[in-house]
Design a protein around this ligand. Structure first.
Ligand code: SF4
Length: 335
């Protein structure tokens, strides 16, 4: 598998009246074709800004200040807006937590899907209709011919999200970015949507970036995980590395806040106490230090290096330094 996306030393800032907000700081990661990666972190960690940088859809005050984002062999940071529009329409699709933000409430599903296919793929009306019906069937919408004639409000939340996935994938993008796609849904529907995404990834070889605050849902679908905090990637590895062998206290905190189906009734979930750092004035040391019970003097003074844990795992925490005290996560739950 070769890389579809290569992000290197990416930094994105917002230039506001009160100063420069360093929302994403020096992050690097790759995504292979057909691979799914989770970007996990609390709100304000930089995960959504990372993806809006990849799409080049930052608000006016936002700017990529450093680094490269190579998508399918082209650095999108340097592309003209016209070329970027083409990539957005044909090669990268996004789905959001609330499908109503992307679906037009006054147009039938058929009109919306057919128009998108005609515009981006140049299909004739009949062919676009056929592809739309096939896609709706693929995401498990019963009687797709009939349902195509309906308006978004005639669908339940879960069904709307399926329509959104069908629309996003009908143009056969190389990359699907799913931003908290299941947060508004109940647990059963959430599991169904994740299964559909997984299924389609295999059938269509689409790469997926799943953005979420919930480490629990990445286990179902992602091959790899990037954990973000304070605009930085603080740990990355395979899903198994992160769940079974995490070497970062922030990831431990996220893992402790994932419900465990076996012990849910006995064990209280532990929220991570404290507030995320102020990105107007990011700390010079580890961004997690004020909330970390293992923080040492070096953590306050110096940004942690990225320590190599294995060929697949990196962790930016001073506890991985050979001279640091040996500390392990107290509870372990495997995947
Ligand atoms: Fe905690 Fe220090 Fe590791 Fe940061 S570098 S997570 S403060 S131990």
């Amino acid at each position: 598998m070769d890389n579809l996306l290569e992000i290197k030393d990416l930094s994105t800032s917002f230039f506001t009246h009160v100063g420069e907000v360093k929302a994403v700081r020096n992050i690097s990661f790759d995504l292979k074709r057909g691979e799914a990666i989770g970007i996990v972190g609390e709100s304000g960690s930089g995960k959504s800004v990372t993806m809006f940088s990849v799409m080049r859809l930052l608000v006016e005050t936002g700017k990529i200040v450093n680094g490269s984002v190579v998508f399918d062999g082209r650095d999108i940071v340097t592309l003209k807006e016209k070329e970027m529009k083409e990539i957005r329409g044909n090669n990268i699709s996004m789905i959001f937590q609330d499908p109503m933000t992307s679906l037009n409430p006054v147009l039938r599903i058929e009109t919306q899907m057919v128009e998108a296919l005609r515009l981006h793929k140049g299909l004739g009306k009949e062919e676009a209709r056929k592809v739309s019906v096939d896609m709706l069937r693929l995401v498990g919408i019963p009687s797709p011919e009939k349902r195509m004639k309906q308006y978004p409000h005639e669908f339940s939340g879960g069904m709307r999200q399926r329509v959104m996935i069908a629309m996003a994938l009908s143009c056969q993008p190389k990359l699907l970015i799913a931003d908290e796609p299941t947060t508004a849904l109940d647990v059963t529907i959430q599991a169904q949507i994740l299964e559909i995404l997984n299924d389609l990834r295999e059938k269509l070889n689409t790469s997926i970036i799943l953005i979420t605050h919930d480490l629990g849902i990445v286990a179902d679908i992602c091959d790899k995980v990037n954990v973000m905090y304070g605009g930085c990637i603080v740990e990355k590895g395979t899903t198994r590395d992160i769940f079974n062998n995490s070497k970062h206290p922030y990831t431990w905190g996220l893992l402790d806040s994932v419900p465990n189906p076996k012990t849910l009734t006995k064990e209280r979930l532990k929220p991570i106490e404290g507030q995320p750092p102020d990105l107007l004035n990011p700390p010079k040391g580890c961004p997690f230090a004020p909330r970390c019970k293992f923080a040492m003097e070096v953590c306050l003074q110096k940004m942690p290096e990225e320590f190599k844990i294995s060929d697949t795992q990196r962790s930016a925490c001073w506890l991985n330094h050979p001279l640091a005290p040996k500390v392990e996560r107290s509870t372990k739950r495997g995947v």
